[in-house]
Design a protein around this ligand. Sequence first.
Ligand code: HEM
Length: 142
Amino acid sequence: MRTNSLITASAALLLAIVAQFYFAAFGAFGDRADTGGFAAHEWVARTALPLLAVLTIIAAAVARVGRRLMTLSAVPAVVIVLQFLLFFAARALGSDTHPGGASLSGSIVLGFHALFGLVALVATALVLSAAWRSRARAGSTV
Ligand code: HEM
């Protein structure tokens, strides 16, 4: 069933985003020398998140979802790219990008990092819930 792939991909992406929030706090509270700081956060950002975000788009296309859900399924991928761009923007402003080291302008830009993470989380949850409901509807008509 095509919707099953979308449910699996978006559920895995949601899990990875939730883990990303956890690893952000893990990095923020830990002693870097002891815990590795944001290494896990950066690893998830560079590997699992891009991969699962692209898989979610492909699964939505294969499931032939409507235009609205197709657009929504692309939101996490766009947001992940924007997350990287925020760091480029802060550095372009001459700011350090590490916690506790950013200038005021850098901090204003990097503050959006948390909000963008939230946008990715909500968009992914909406895709998962829509795919779930679509499967339930299809099941009830058989
Ligand atoms: C979709 C969600 C997220 C993605 C894709 C993401 C991605 C990234 C990436 C790629 C970096 C490394 C940037 C660089 O140095 O070039 C980073 C660093 C960081 N992220 Fe996130 N992030 C996400 C969510 C969050 C959230 C929700 C928070 C906290 C509220 C957060 C806090 C941080 C902090 C504090 C750093 C700086 C670590 C350091 O370099 O010392 N991130 N993130």
